[in-house]
Design a protein around this ligand. Structure first.
Ligand SMILES: Cc1cc2nc3c(=O)[nH]c(=O)nc-3n(C[C@H](O)[C@H](O)[C@H](O)COP(=O)(O)O)c2cc1C
Length: 368
């Protein structure tokens, strides 16, 4: 089947990209003391040279003392870290690419295996990483207010440095998602509540503040997932009505693009339809959506963390769904970790040159 549909340009507000392929955000932990160096800039530049439409950075944390559990994860605050990001975006633009940072606060985490912990306890809605693990403190209303401001500041800096868009990490059991999920949000004030709609308040307020900082014309993405790494089978929204109650307040708050994270893009979200998460999100909200999850690979990313390799597979099912109008953009993770030229190879039909994925690619910033 033809892959032409993946190579149509796409424009939305500040975002003007040459094709529909989005590099999924992937934590690399190659930024000592939170500062991305020349090696990180070169890593992203290579993906731009390889014709990735939109590069999403690895998660990069906001200015809160305990927003990260790893000192090698990049900050998106502070003079030195922002100078590092300036170099990244300059290199990506010089190579004809587009990029958005993924703005992150981890919330309540487990301790890093190195033993490093931030100087203040992890913070989240109720101090919980999952219903069985309390490893932090419940945020006060002042903490929440300051955190929302820190998200807005990071987004304003992204725009100031010249990034094309910004993505909020609202998925995978981190801070924003800890507010969404009843398993980690047991608050009894206005940031908690029995319904998912009530628990979207924090996420919606973050979006409003970011929108206030970047203005109407800057494209704003939020990444969401139904699953949590600690509870894979969890679904925040158990049916389309609940999904609407979850997504509508986020859309009303001002988000432009919903990045719908799944492990395997072909898995249906609800019974009775083969639509995936991005398909339902688009149907319900009418917004632009990004699908992601094992595009072009045989195994999923949870397997990668357990040391499993994956082989290259066909894109036919992906393009079938895209031609049907299910989603607008396609996130690709591990193939682009392992091979900066993955997009070019797909475009030129050089499928025999695809590398697949092995965990060796996790140990370094692969440049060719
Ligand atoms: C090494 C690695 C690091 C990741 N780090 C992040 C991250 O920082 N933020 C995020 O939203 N997802 C992260 N993910 C998930 C990916 O963005 C993506 O959703 C997942 O790998 C599925 O896409 P794939 O099957 O194409 O690899 C990470 C995945 C991998 C393999």
């Amino acid at each position: 089947m033809s892959t032409d549909i993946l190579f149509r340009p796409f424009s939305l507000k500040s975002l003007n990209i040459k094709n529909r392929i989005v590099m999924a955000p992937m934590t690399r932990s190659f930024s000592p003391n939170g500062v991305p160096g020349d090696n990180v800039a070169e890593y992203y530049q290579k993906r731009a040279e390889g014709d990735v439409g939109l590069i999403l950075s690895e998660g990069t944390v906001i200015d809160r003392v305990s927003s990260s559990n790893d000192p090698n994860i990049p900050h998106f605050y502070g003079e030195q870290s922002l100078a590092g990001w300036q170099k990244v975006i300059n290199n990506v633009h010089a190579a004809g690419g587009s990029m958005a940072p993924q703005i992150w606060h981890m919330g309540v985490m487990y301790n890093h295996q190195s033993g490093w912990v931030p100087s203040q306890p992890f913070e989240g809605p109720s101090g919980l990483n999952n219903p069985e693990l309390k490893n932090g403190v419940a945020m006060t209303e002042k903490d929440i207010e300051d955190t929302i401001i820190a998200y807005g500041k990071a987004a304003a800096d992204a725009k100031r440095l010249g990034f094309d868009s910004v993505e909020l990490h609202g998925a995978h059991g981190y801070l924003i998602d800890q507010f969404f999920w009843e398993g980690t949000n047991q608050r009894t004030d206005g940031y908690g509540g029995k319904t998912l709609a009530e628990r979207t308040r924090f996420g919606a307020e973050v979006i409003k503040e970011v929108r206030r900082q970047v203005g109407e014309d800057f494209a704003l993405i939020i990444r969401l997932s139904q699953f949590k790494p600690s509870a894979y089978d969890t679904k925040l929204a158990k049916n389309p009505e609940e999904m609407e109650a979850w997504l509508s307040p986020l859309v009303d708050a001002g988000v432009d693009i919903l990045h719908c994270s799944q492990r395997r893009f072909w898995e249906p979200e609800f019974e009775g339809s083969d639509l995936n998460f991005a398909g339902w999100a688009k149907k319900i909200t009418g917004k632009t959506t990004i699908t992601v999850g094992s595009v072009g690979l045989s195994g999923d990313f949870f397997g990668a963390f357990k040391g499993e390799a994956s082989e290259a597979t066909s894109l036919d099912e992906l393009t079938r769904r895209m031609e049907r109008g299910d989603f607008d953009l396609v996130g690709v993770g591990r193939p682009l970790l392992a091979d900066p030229s993955w997009v070019k190879k797909i475009h030129e039909g050089r499928t025999n040159e695809l590398k697949g994925f092995t965990t060796a690619a996790l140990q370094e910033l692969v440049l060719d």
